[in-house]
Design a protein around this ligand. Structure first.
Ligand code: ATP
Length: 248
């Protein structure tokens, strides 16, 4: 391989890169020079305790909050100046913390919101079929009002809605929070399935053990800074991870 071909090949594999991004809330620094890299096809987890800045990282990627410094690259394009609409349309979907469904709308209506930028009915039907393969239960609940679903079913709609955008990368912010352990297990398997079918994933998950069981690499945030990063084995061996996240 010639010396100049390597960076080009490496560059093509990059899905998302955060280059020393910093943010603040009302003048108070939150993220401090956070750097992360997610390659195409990877499943990466983002760990950290409450208030560490995980959701802020997601919001930064979605361009919901301004950056004080740094740059975010999506498929090598700097997106710092992009509007959220264009980020999502471009292929970054989110399953937000707390699901944020439209509780008075039906399951079908909620799912269709995720395909907002797709006008072709046949494409929307195709994506719905993909969602039903992941969550057969939703097909039975299609005309049910979302607010009347169980927590697990609402979680399925939230992930389904994210998939309706046919994303290149799916950002999942604690998708199984508050669910019974057996459901958490199911969600983790489904997230792995979505990744194996080709969607790159950034997963925020409280359950570090579960997240690391499917992620190839991860980052740990503490007070807005990345304090540990590495592949799965490196994280398993990290004292901080073992003491703070893997006990029990
Ligand atoms: P959690 O698991 O609790 O959601 P997190 O790691 O996702 O934690 P963030 O939601 O990113 O944490 O919040 C990081 C810090 O920024 C917290 O101290 C939070 O109180 C603060 N914060 C979040 N949003 C705002 C806001 N809009 N204005 C001011 N402070 C905020």
């Amino acid at each position: 391989m010639s010396s100049c071909s390597k960076p080009i090949l490496e560059g093509k594999r990059k899905m998302l890169k955060l280059n020393e991004i910093s943010t603040q809330y009302g003048g108070v620094p939150m993220l401090r020079k956070v750097s992360m890299e997610i390659n195409k096809g990877e499943l990466v987890c983002l760990l950290g305790s409450n208030g560490a800045g995980k959701t802020t990282t997601m919001k930064s990627i979605l361009r919901l909050i301004p950056l004080v410094e740094g740059e975010i690259f999506f498929e090598e394009n700097p997106i710092r100046t992009w509007k959220t609409y264009d980020v999502v349309k471009g292929g970054i979907s989110v399953v937000p913390e707390g699901r944020r469904l439209f509780p008075k709308m039906t399951v079908l209506e909620n799912l269709k919101v995720g395909a907002f930028s797709e006008r072709r009915e046949e494409m929307i039907s195709k994506r719905l079929e993909t969602v039903f393969q992941l969550f057969p239960r939703l097909k039975e609940r299609l005309y049910q009002i979302a607010g009347t679903l169980s927590g697990g079913e609402q979680g399925m709609v939230a992930i389904g809605r994210g998939m309706m955008g046919n994303p290149k990368i799916l950002l999942l912010d604690e998708p199984s929070l508050g669910l019974a352990p057996v459901l958490v297990e199911e969600f983790i398997k489904t997230i792995q399935k979505i990744n194996e079918a080709g969607t790159t994933i950034l997963l925020i998950e409280q359950n570090a053990k579960k997240a690391l069981s499917i992620a190839s690499k991860g980052y740990v945030l503490q007070k807005g800074e990345v304090v540990v990063e590495g592949n799965r084995n490196e994280l398993y061996q990290s004292d901080l991870i073992r003491i703070a996240y893997l006990r029990g």
